[in-house]
Write a protein that binds this ligand. Structure first.
Ligand code: PLP
Ligand code: ZN
Length: 442
């Protein structure tokens, strides 16, 4: 017999009677052609405007007039993690709102680092504080919870690491079977991590895994939290909604003065869209007066969004990806909705090299005490890049989304650190080693 499909969140005030049905979602809508669809399991984008070149994702539409009436009450809630904003999230049954303590992450004002690059207001949103130590928890929490609304009992994802780990954790607490196709570049720590949550993990070549996953979804009823369409990614439209909570939190943390630019490391571009949508909803409600420019930072090993921006395309081309330290953002296939968010917000996409990423990673940890994954550090490397090219003004307010922790992949940085001396414990050896390796006089 299947066990209880959810566990009660440990946070007070949460789903008090455990039975409330929310009724704020109107349905789904294509972001490109506007075609409308009922709330259903649509994971392969809009069938209406699909061409050989591109597929557009669909997005969740809410009854915003109705939400406006309870907005004040909603913003006064303090404790429910991402479910504080439950009316703006797509789960219908409160009982299905899973909670491992995701969201509500700190926004740090990085004075020292800001001073170094001459930016007065530099903030980082520290997403490494999430339950599986990456911002994918906002997406996977929302996607798997919605899966419970649909009665799903098995969940699947393709992943370079974080997406798989997060899906596995929420599947575990939801009582669902979980299957993950991990790419060959997935760091070993991440593979162990996914298996630790009980997922069936299979490591296989990236391109082939997309069709394996499609078959699992289409023929065997696995519920997807990630995308599996090419050459343009579409994805679970409910999961992306979870990323909106990053923007809601930033607005509150900055006392409703939104930043000028938000830098986000980008792979598929799901986060770009979710973050854009969050800000744009709050602007529609009149809570903020502008939407920040969203800057997608890709790896120079292969950046599909940068490719489309540079060539001024309205679709995505698949780009070859070389090996990179930023594994979490290295798939070469991005989404129409990601590109759309960049354009809508007057943002752009840029690429940064591995060297720039590792330098940024060291600066964040050595100046601000924040040890993040290389892919996360790409956000700050992007800021440095635009400072150098003169595209950032010193009085602009900047937020970098630091998407995951450095402990996921410590190996990539270890080669760039001093080779640690191992000595016999004698004073002379010690002072000599410290001098030689660290150039430091005791
Ligand atoms: C997935 C991921 C990203 C990119 O998110 P997308 O929504 O796929 O663009 C960035 N950083 C880390 C650490 C990730 O795991
Ligand atoms: Zn369409």
């Amino acid at each position: 017999m299947r066990r209880q499909p959810y566990r009660k969140p440990y946070i007070k005030n949460m789903a008090s009677d455990g039975r409330t049905l929310l009724n704020y979602v109107l349905g789904l809508k294509c972001i490109k052609c506007g075609a409308e669809f009922p709330t259903s399991q649509m994971f392969e984008g809009c069938p209406r405007c699909k061409t050989n070149e591109t597929i557009s994702n669909i997005t969740v539409v809410y009854d915003y007039d109705k939400i406006a009436n309870i907005l004040e009450k909603m913003l006064k809630r303090s404790k429910n993690r991402i479910w504080r904003y439950q009316e703006l999230l797509p789960i219908q049954n409160e009982k299905h709102m899973l909670c491992l303590g995701e969201g509500n992450t700190p926004l740090w004002n990085c004075k020292h680092l800001g001073l170094k690059i001459d930016i007065e207001n530099l903030y980082v949103k520290d997403e490494s504080r999430n339950p599986t130590w990456s911002f994918k928890d906002r997406l996977c929490c929302t996607a798997v919870s919605k899966g419970l609304d649909f009665g799903a009992d098995r969940v699947i994802a393709l992943s370079t690491g974080n997406h798989g780990a997060s899906t596995a954790a929420y599947a575990a607490v939801a009582g669902m079977k979980c299957l993950i196709f991990a790419s060959p570049s997935t760091p070993k720590t991440m593979l162990i991590f996914m298996q630790a949550y009980g997922a069936l993990v299979v490591q296989t070549e990236v391109l082939g895994s997309w069709s394996l996953m499609r078959k699992c979804v289409q023929d065997y009823g696995w519920y997807p939290t990630s995308s599996y369409t090419r050459p343009t990614r579409t994805t679970n439209p409910y999961g992306i909604e979870g990323y909106k909570t990053i923007s809601y939190e930033i607005c509150e943390q900055l006392q409703w003065e939104p930043p000028d630019k938000v830098f986000i490391p980008s792979g598929s571009g799901d986060a770009l869209f979710g973050v854009w949508k969050g800000f744009s909803e709050f602007k529609e409600f009149g809570l903020i007066d502008k939407i920040p420019a969203i800057i997608g930072v890709e790896t120079a090993a292969g950046g599909p969004l940068t490719n489309s921006i540079t060539k001024n395309l309205d679709y995505l081309e698949e780009v070859k990806v070389k090996s990179t330290v930023a594994t979490s953002i290295s798939t070469g296939v991005a989404s129409y909705h990601g590109l759309w968010a960049l354009r809508k917000s007057n943002g752009t996409a840029i690429t940064v090299t591995d060297k720039e990423i590792l330098e940024a990673q060291k600066k964040l940890s050595m100046t601000e005490g924040l040890f993040v994954e290389p892919a996360s550090a790409a956000a700050f490397a992007g800021v440095e890049k635009l400072v150098q090219t003169g595209e950032l003004q010193r009085d602009e307010t900047i937020v970098c989304v630091l998407t995951s922790t450095g402990l996921k992949d410590p190996e990539s940085l270890s080669n760039y650190l001093s080779k640690m001396p191992i000595i016999e414990p004698e004073w002379k050896n010690f002072t000599k080693a410290i001098k030689e390796v660290y150039n430091f006089q005791v």
